[in-house]
Design a protein around this ligand. Structure first.
Ligand SMILES: [Fe+2]
Length: 300
């Protein structure tokens, strides 16, 4: 593998108009644990090594507060900050100690299309476990972009990500052996498309989906198997209108992986995934995938 300065997608911050209901949903239905609560933020952990994978904060409307990536070294943190600054990012918080319970050193910027991004090094971790039917960690975030090529170039040139595939509507970007940690989706507006959580296996995607259905959350799209990344998926809309995905069996890539382009990622008529057994994506899911903006007010 090439050396990446960013080594992992760690967590996302989401604002919700109903903090209590959202926290209860993620802890009791989606399969996360409350790891900490501090200054109005609820930190939710998966079963893997990350201290937390979701931060929930109260807001007037649902929005993506920030996406957090783990960085390889403290030197890389400073280098990335310089690259982000030179690339026209707005500086929200310069490099320094993170105030979050997960600690470490961090900085926060807003990239030119409006997404707040945090980079951390030396954050707290915990002993990883694998628990059936519960998320281990984040798998990817999917970001809506009105100009994918520009944002893809930023991820590659300023942040050191690598393009693994490009379909007609999406760019897939990796920062480790996962086929993608970030997906950019062509959209009329910039914002959050969805957040994907890695399950231990296909069986856990199925059983987790059953748990969601039991609690009144229908499958918005799936269960199916994607083309790029080869991962299985089931999409849902959470109580705050955020689209969330259970996924598993994500393709691992190395230096020999050859990115395919839009002409090669073409489905036969009527297909949107490899299996072809899922009903068409629900209107509620389609609408929610375009309805969650970046939190433009986020300042610290
Ligand atoms: Fe996804």
């Amino acid at each position: 593998m090439p050396d990446f300065p960013v080594v992992a997608l760690r967590s996302v911050e989401v604002t919700t108009p109903r903090l209590g209901a959202s926290a209860e949903f993620y802890a009791k239905v989606w399969g996360l644990d409350i790891a900490a609560e501090a200054e109005g933020t609820v930190f939710l952990a998966a079963t893997g090594a990350d201290f937390h994978v979701v931060e929930l904060t109260q807001g007037e409307r649902s929005a993506l507060g920030k996406v957090t990536f783990r960085v390889r070294s403290r030197d890389d943190l400073d280098r990335l900050f310089a690259c982000a600054s030179d690339s026209g990012c707005e500086i929200i918080t310069p490099p320094g100690p993170s105030p979050a319970p997960s600690g470490g050193a961090h900085f926060v910027i807003r990239e030119p299309q409006g997404c707040c991004m945090e980079f951390v090094h030396g954050d707290r971790t915990k002993t990883a476990r694998i628990v059936a039917d519960r998320p281990e960690r984040l798998a990817h975030v999917n970001i809506n972009s009105a100009d994918i090529e520009k944002l893809s170039a930023f991820y590659q040139q300023a942040l050191g990500f690598r393009l693994t595939d490009r379909s007609k509507l999406m760019a897939f970007l990796c920062c480790n052996s996962d086929h993608h940690a970030v997906v950019l989706a062509e959209a009329p507006v910039n914002g959050l498309n969805h957040i994907a959580f890695l399950m231990p296996n296909l069986e856990s995607v199925m059983r987790g989906s059953g748990r969601m259905v039991d609690h009144g959350f229908p499958i918005g799209w799936g269960v199916g198997r994607h083309g790029p990344g080869d991962n299985v998926f089931a999409y849902f809309v959470d109580p705050a209108g955020i689209v969330i995905e259970y996924t598993a069996e994500v393709l691992e890539v190395d230096d020999s992986y050859r990115p395919k382009g839009p002409a090669e990622w073409v489905w036969p008529p009527g297909r949107t995934d490899q299996w072809g057994i899922a009903p068409p994506k629900s209107e509620a899911c389609k609408t929610a995938q375009l309805a969650v903006p970046f939190d433009a007010d986020r300042r610290a």
